[in-house]
Design a protein around this ligand. Structure first.
Ligand code: 5RP
Length: 231
């Protein structure tokens, strides 16, 4: 089975957890894209839900699917967010932001009672850090922020190489919020909580891709089938 088939399988299982009246956070990325497409089918079949998209891309897709949308201003509390992840560990700590939507994804997840991660089973790791950690920064003072972040990484015994994420034609990638992303190749993050705390304390850092204490469940699809964790 292809990786994309596995992502669709995980998304299909997550759609089964959606019931009438739910206020949903709609994730971003290729796995979340499957979820939104399958949810759209259910909505057109009569399921009543409202969704808060975590990116402009997901907003456009959800509107095209006919999924009614709301905002966190109108609906500050959500029942369930379904989103992908770049990595997850056994305690449901995540790295997210490979698709550049980590800020809205984190705000939406934090506003949700439950967050289910959907992924192909290859995303599950023993130790977070194989995937480069995305750190969203304000463009103002970029080099000073980069130095300060490198210092934090150094004090945590981690490599300090920070790559500015680029889009087409070597221009900096700009997030939906107008920020840049520094990708940190860390290898293994032994103390994610401590690192998360230190990174958000750096002026200029808007958010980072360590999602800790947010996911309540995961649905992982592999060649042997679908495995569910948590709720
Ligand atoms: C976007 C994300 C995505 O959820 C993450 O990158 C996983 O993407 P995919 O489902 O395409 O593998 O965090 O910011």
């Amino acid at each position: 089975m292809s990786g994309d088939d596995l992502k669709r399988m995980a998304a299909a299982r997550a759609v089964e957890a959606v019931t009438d009246g739910m206020r949903l956070g709609l994730g971003t990325g290729s796995t979340a894209h499957h979820f939104v497409a399958l949810l759209g089918e259910k909505v057109r079949g009569g399921l009543k839900v409202t969704g808060v998209p975590t990116s402009e891309a997901t907003r456009a897709q959800a509107l095209a699917e006919g999924i009614p949308l709301t905002t966190l201003d109108e609906t500050p509390g959500l029942d369930l967010t379904v989103d992908g992840a770049d990595e997850l560990d056994a305690t449901l700590r995540l790295i997210k932001g490979g698709g550049g939507a980590l800020l809205r994804e984190k705000i939406v997840a934090a506003a949700s009672t439950r967050m289910i991660v959907i992924a192909d089973a290859s995303k599950k790791v023993e130790t977070l850090g194989r995937f480069a950690l995305p750190i969203e920064v304000n463009p103002f003072g970029l080099e000073a922020t980069r130095r300060a972040v490198a210092h934090v990484l150094e004090t945590h015994g981690l490599p300090t190489t920070l790559r500015l994420r680029t889009a087409a034609k070597d221009k900096a990638f700009v997030t939906d919020g107008g920020h840049f992303i520094l990708d940190a190749e860390l290898g293994a993050i032994d103390a994610p909580e401590a690192l998360a705390e230190a990174l958000v304390a750096v002026p200029g850092v808007v958010e980072h891709g360590l999602f800790i204490g947010l996911a309540t469940g995961a649905i992982l699809a592999g060649d042997d089938g679908v495995v569910e964790y948590g709720t």
